[in-house]
Design a protein around this ligand. Structure first.
Ligand code: NAP
Length: 290
């Protein structure tokens, strides 16, 4: 449907700038830990096989760590590694006092029981928020590490003073690392939450009701601007080929009050939260040793 001519343009939620501030804070805390203990916070990264996208993600995360004064220890395992061997490796890192956080990159390969591998991460080192322990703590509103992308989304909303209480939040997507935890975090902040997924009927009708929309589908420009409620806050977590999100940005920005760009919105926040949680894990582990 063609949009009516309007001069309205949503305010952009600049995730890149906010991520820089979060990383700067993490770097300052990391420097303090390093000078007090003689050892930098350390994130172990575990990669199974050589999937090009995963290799790039892990490299990017390690580069950001280095720039923030966080050490990273990389463990590269062959594509044919068994679940038992992977669980052993992760358990070893969980027990190693010089490792403060663990990032297990996925996908790990079809033959791997990914859940078993994730669950080998000690809760205190689960800085990527992938264990059932992390999810339960988050859902119960208890302290712990949150899944990084949903955590980044909440920080973006807070940085823009979005009042969530009583608002209708619609989350499109229900993956364990993104949609589901995003909805739980919004619920924890008193939003009324609707989850949509591939079996949802009349998706557009739900989206039209959203005061806050979180798109986490993985389909380019899947949500058109004409489905956006005027004045809605639009968070586009999607990242698809060609640097496009799940929301049709050009039409959605004519209706939304706030919107995340793609790239430069949710994306940079994910790594910033990972770094911030790694440093928090190191600080907590240091306090336990004192
Ligand atoms: P995923 O595991 O593939 O989950 C996609 C979700 O979308 C599923 O819940 C699926 O429903 C739902 N879905 C698929 N087709 C649909 C349809 N036609 N109508 C309604 N819902 C539909 O993906 P993900 O890992 O959550 O990632 C989603 C997007 O976020 C991707 O673009 C990914 O690249 C991006 N992402 C970005 C970051 C970041 O750092 N910015 C991090 C993670 C992911 P079912 O459950 O019913 O199958």
């Amino acid at each position: 449907m063609t949009q009516p001519a309007t001069d309205h343009t949503a305010r952009l939620m600049d995730g890149a700038a906010l991520a820089r501030r979060i990383v700067d804070e993490a770097a300052a805390t990391a420097a303090g830990i390093t000078s007090r203990t003689g050892a930098a916070p350390c994130l172990a990264t575990v990669l199974v096989g050589d999937d090009p996208a995963s290799v790039t993600y892990v490299r990017m995360k390690r580069n950001r760590c280095a720039r923030a004064g966080i050490e990273s220890r990389h463990v590269a395992l062959p594509a044919g590694v068994t679940t038992a061997e992977l669980v052993d490796t992760v358990t070893g890192l969980s027990e190693d006092p010089s490792v403060h956080g663990i990032l297990l990159q996925h996908p790990m390969g079809r033959h791997i029981d990914e859940r078993a591998a994730f669950e080998a991460i000690a809760p205190g080192k689960d800085v990527d928020g992938v264990t059932t322990h992390a999810f339960a703590a988050m859902a119960f509103g208890l302290p712990g590490f949150v899944s990084c992308t949903p955590g980044g989304i909440m920080r973006l909303l807070d940085a823009h003073d979005v009042d969530l209480a009583g608002k209708h939040a619609v989350v499109v997507g229900r993956s364990a690392i993104l949609g589901k935890p995003a909805g739980m975090l919004l619920l924890g902040r008193d939003a009324t939450v609707t989850y949509c997924h591939s079996r949802t009927r009349d998706l557009a009708a739900h989206v039209r009701e959203a005061d806050v929309l979180v798109a986490a589908v993985g389909r380019p420009r899947f949500i058109g601007g004409d489905a956006i409620k005027p004045g809605a806050v639009v968070i586009d977590a999607g990242y698809n080929e060609g640097n496009v999100g799940d929301v049709d940005f050009d039409t959605a920005r004519r209706r939304a009050s706030l919107i995340t760009p793609v790239p430069g919105g949710v994306g940079p926040m994910t790594i910033a939260v990972l770094l911030s949680q790694t440093v928090r894990a190191a600080a907590h582990q240091e306090s336990l040793r004192r």
